[in-house]
Design a protein around this ligand. Structure first.
Ligand code: GUN
Ligand code: ZN
Length: 430
């Protein structure tokens, strides 16, 4: 078995949500060292205490670097890797012009495998150890993604994206094939190693009522799975949904009426919510996922982090690759800060780091496994250099405390800030 490892540096652990503290910093604790054994965190504390616990451990000194849980990206589309940063469209045109043509290619297992591997390498290089991804309608795209994550030992969530209308011919399944193929994929992958399946109707405009009904039935048959979809991203989209479902009370109701509202539901974007929707989502304890670089890039709107957190919603953070314009959760935190500013609620560095780790892990209901450094959790870790570029270093040279230094990297950092990544306690080579 692999030797015990002690990582030394500024080791960050959260004791609570910074959103629940008057001073967000009070939710965090800093330690000198963390002890890893057999892929898990054993204990945090002083270096001397860790060395006493494991006298034979290999000690890796990361100096002044920040050691924290690997980032958890709660909403991505790995098949959109190659069309990231495509110019000039809003949601529906963007889907039709860029996304659907690219997603058509994923019936080819070789192409799917190539992009899945490329995507996981890009995100690992950015310090992201867990993602929750949409695949395409092709079961091959799901096999490729889970196989790529399994090879790397990663904890991921993913599912076959189901669509049976308002998409190109080659990118549609049916209510029945969506049910059957999703069920077969759950059987093949859910709970294997660190892999989890999410039932994935893309959004109500691309599913008939029959398909949404079938997805609801599948979820009832597999309550162990998450269900992920999109909700209230753009105003045009909401108008379209209302015209497609004239009997629905609102956008959320197009899911609710088919049994697609639940505690393990993960709803991407959720920007333009009506009062009833906010109330029902909160009542069910469903998760909302904020995708700030996507929301500004596609021109969707400004997520109400302050208001929704105050109401007690479960909220994660995500890149939404490739509607989002970056693979980096640092860049995503910066965008969340900027969106917060535009809504009059600037987020603290502790809140941003929490959202990118614990917040997303809670949204995906895996907070007992990843998203924090605490005894017993899986040792997925990112080590951040807080002076990774001359621009950041000169800023950090005059800060007064660690949180100011962290904030400079949140706002200006990129993959150069990622000094090391550990997946299940193993260093990732890059
Ligand atoms: N709504 C439905 N599908 C998508 C997608 O692929 N990206 C984004 N941003 N929104 C969506
Ligand atoms: Zn999305």
């Amino acid at each position: 078995m692999r030797k015990d490892i002690i990582l030394c540096g500024h080791v960050l652990s959260f004791l609570a949500s910074p959103f629940d503290r008057e001073d967000p910093k009070d939710a965090a604790q800093l330690h000198e060292a963390v002890l890893l054994r057999a892929g898990r965190v054993v204990e945090l504390g002083s270096r001397a205490a860790m060395e006493k616990l494991a006298p034979k451990a290999e000690v890796v000194d990361h100096g002044q670097k920040l050691i924290m849980a690997g980032f958890v990206d709660a909403h991505v589309h790995y098949p959109q890797t190659a069309i990231i940063a495509s110019w000039g469209k809003r949601l529906i045109d963007w889907l039709n012009s860029y996304t659907f043509p690219e997603e058509m290619k994923f019936g080819d297992p070789a192409y799917a495998a190539e992009v899945a591997g490329r995507y996981l390498e890009l995100t690992l290089a950015n310090g992201t150890t867990t993602v929750c991804s949409y695949c395409t309608i092709h079961p091959e795209s799901v096999d490729a993604f889970f196989a790529a994550a399994q090879t790397r030992g990663q904890r991921v969530v993913a599912g076959k994206t189901c669509m049976d209308r308002n998409a190109p011919e080659g990118l549609q399944d049916t209510a029945q094939t969506a049910f059957d193929q999703s069920a077969a994929l759950i059987e093949r992958w859910h709970g294997v190693d660190r892999l989890e399946y999410a039932i994935t109707p893309r959004f109500s405009p691309t599913s008939t009522p029959e398909q949404l009904e079938a997805m609801g039935a599948l979820w009832r048959a597999h309550p162990e799975c998450l269900m992920q979809t999109h909700l209230s991203e753009q105003l045009d989209e909401i108008d379209w949904v209302k015209s497609l479902f004239p009997n629905a009370r609102d956008y959320l109701d197009t899911y609710e009426m088919f049994g697609l509202l639940g505690a393990k539901g993960v709803y991407g974007h959720a920007i333009h919510l009506e009062e009833r929707e906010r109330h029902r989502l909160r009542e069910f304890g469903a998760a909302l996922v904020h995708c700030p670089t996507s929301n500004t890039f596609i021109g969707s709107g400004l997520f109400d982090m302050g208001g929704l957190m105050a109401e007690g919603h479960r909220i994660g953070l995500a890149t939404d690759t490739g509607g989002g314009s970056s693979f980096s959760m640092l860049r995503t935190m910066a965008a969340a800060y900027e969106v917060g500013q535009l809504r009059g609620r600037p987020l603290h560095g502790a809140e941003l780091l929490w959202l990118a780790t614990q917040g997303s892990a809670r949204a995906l209901r895996i907070e007992d496994k990843v998203g924090n450094l605490a005894a017993g959790l899986e040792a997925d870790i990112v080590v951040l250099d807080l002076a990774s570029t001359p621009a950041i270093a000169q800023r950090v040279a005059q800060v007064d405390d660690l949180w100011e230094a962290v904030f400079a990297t949140v706002m200006m950092g990129d993959d150069r800030a990622v000094a090391q990544v550990y997946v299940a306690g193993e260093p990732v080579q890059h």
